[in-house]
Design a protein around this ligand. Structure first.
Ligand code: BTN
Length: 327
């Protein structure tokens, strides 16, 4: 009922809506309306109420509530309903929370979003700085029926969705992707993606795609070691605050569309979309993979999403995972 009241207040604003009118529309008592309005106020919605004029929604909090995301979504596979999104004020890591839910049978498309992560995790065992209310920290659950060897395109899909989402909300910014899935703005990292998978030898049980985006993060919110290499949407947007819910929803929407396209047509169109944003191909790179470091020129992204790097004397090597350092 709370979501329905919120929806009515949003549609009516700036015109006030009386408690009686809301109660009539929803077929509930005025006391129930009043209780739900109070609960919305406690959640941070600024709602003025006067006995004569009724209720007006004055301000929506900058929080990633499921109702704020689904109001902006028209998706089939990712967060298809309000109940597909689990919102937490704080989590150790949204990937960890979603992993537990996946083990208990959560369906494909489930999303866990947190305002703050105590121990946000990055790739290669690193941590992910997750200051409260400043970034977007969420994880998506997928259950594709594929072997584990075919999961590389999903990390690329996530990166392309983040770029499309950022561009749709902030068209002046030009995000780029450093292989496989670091999203950069002005050469600095604005988003990281951590894909984790549970699989048997020939079948994936589930995939968890964790996405962290620095949105209104200021330099003071970042660990000193990252201040020269990281950026936020706000910093790239001339210091102007960016609505987190709009970005979070736009990325989910694009993720959904790319995933539908992948299911209908396979990985090829998706890899082309990735290539359109890439800032890796044609560049001198050093690639660090477990137990190995290799330098050369990044030549292509093959049909499986692997990076082909040409080293000395034209010797080519193919990488399915690793960390790229751009020269
Ligand atoms: C990286 O670039 O190293 C990947 C960073 C991934 C961070 C996100 S934030 C949401 C999700 N939960 C985590 O603990 N990590 C991912």
């Amino acid at each position: 009922m709370r979501t329905e009241i919120l929806h009515l207040l949003k549609k009516s604003r700036p015109v006030p809506l009386s408690g009686e009118a809301i109660a009539r529309r929803l077929g509930v008592s005025r006391t129930a309306v009043w209780k739900n309005i109070r609960s919305l106020q406690q959640m941070g919605y600024a709602i003025s109420g006067s006995p004569r004029r009724g209720y007006v929604l004055l301000q929506v909090p900058d929080l990633l509530y499921p109702a704020e995301l689904t109001a902006r979504l028209n998706t089939k596979l990712i967060a298809p309903a309000l109940s597909s999104i689990c919102h937490l004020p704080s989590a150790d890591s949204t990937n960890n929370v979603l992993k537990k839910m996946a083990e208990e049978g959560a369906p494909e498309g489930t999303v866990v979003v947190a305002e703050y992560q105590e121990t946000g995790r990055g790739r290669m065992g690193r941590s992910w700085s997750s200051p409260a209310g400043k970034g977007i920290y969420y994880s998506l659950l997928l259950r594709p029926e594929i072997p584990p060897q075919k999961t590389s395109p999903f990390t690329l899909l996530a990166a392309a969705a983040v770029c499309q989402g950022i561009s749709s909300v902030l068209p002046r910014l030009s995000p780029g992707i450093k292989w496989p899935n670091d999203v950069l703005l002005n050469g600095r990292k604005v988003c990281g993606i951590l894909c984790e998978i549970k699989a048997e030898t020939d079948l994936v049980h589930y995939l968890i795609i964790g996405i962290g985006i620095n949105v209104n993060t200021g330099p003071e919110d970042l660990p000193p070691a990252l201040r020269d290499t990281a950026i936020s949407l706000k910093l790239a947007n001339n210091g102007v605050e960016v609505p987190r819910a709009a970005v979070a929803a736009a990325v989910l929407q694009h993720f959904d569309e790319l995933y539908q396209e992948y299911r209908e047509k396979g990985a090829a169109p998706l890899l082309d979309r990735w290539r359109a944003y890439n800032v890796t191909l044609g560049r001198r790179v050093t690639i660090i993979s477990p137990g190995d470091t290799f330098s050369g020129t990044a030549r292509e992204l093959d049909q499986e999403g692997a990076l082909v790097v040409e080293g000395e004397k034209g010797k080519k090597r193919r990488f399915l995972a690793g960390e790229v350092i751009l020269a």
